[in-house]
Ligand binder design. Sequence first.
Ligand code: COA
Length: 162
Amino acid sequence: MTEKVAGGASLRPLREEDLPTLFEIQLDDTAQRLAAFTDKTAHDRDAYLAKFRKILANDEITNRVIEVDGTIVGSVAAFPIQGDMEVTYWIHRDWWGRGVASAALAGLLDEVTVRPVFGRVAEDNAGSVRVLERNGFVRVGTDEGFSEARQETVTELVFKLN
Ligand SMILES: CC(C)(COP(=O)(O)OP(=O)(O)OC[C@H]1O[C@@H](n2cnc3c(N)ncnc32)[C@H](O)[C@@H]1OP(=O)(O)O)[C@@H](O)C(=O)NCCC(=O)NCCS
């Protein structure tokens, strides 16, 4: 099953054999700083693989790989947390600024029709804020959290799509 989204990208279910590539994509320091709310698995390949094997076994979580011309350029997911559905996405740095995240999130939101759905971003992650806004999310609040990637407390913006 492959779903075409805009900008030449397509979504397909994430498989275990994709995990090493996705680990390498998320290893980028600039990306980790931007995302801010990473965890200890971000630099630990075995821990990352173990975490994602559990995630893949959870059928309440929708994980999609984003491909352009058969190359994996990132991932997008929707997962339940404390009773809410939340989205997350990560794009290879070489592909930033080409509309891939916006199109991938739009494709995911066609598949995952549960509403409301939430998104959370570090307040200075302007690209991610735009990705949510372009998909109709509106800002509903803020939170404070400790950023593993930055080793400091970071303000997080909470977005909601009804
Ligand atoms: C945030 C991220 C997903 C954006 O992906 P992307 O594919 O570059 O996003 P898009 O190309 O769809 O860009 C959406 C908009 O944001 C803008 N944008 C992208 N990166 C930006 C940046 N660093 N600063 C300012 N604006 C940015 C684009 O110009 C575009 O604006 P437009 O709607 O006015 O045209 C990507 O930078 C990334 O993967 N970062 C690391 C992981 C991360 O932060 N994930 C989100 C966690 S909440």
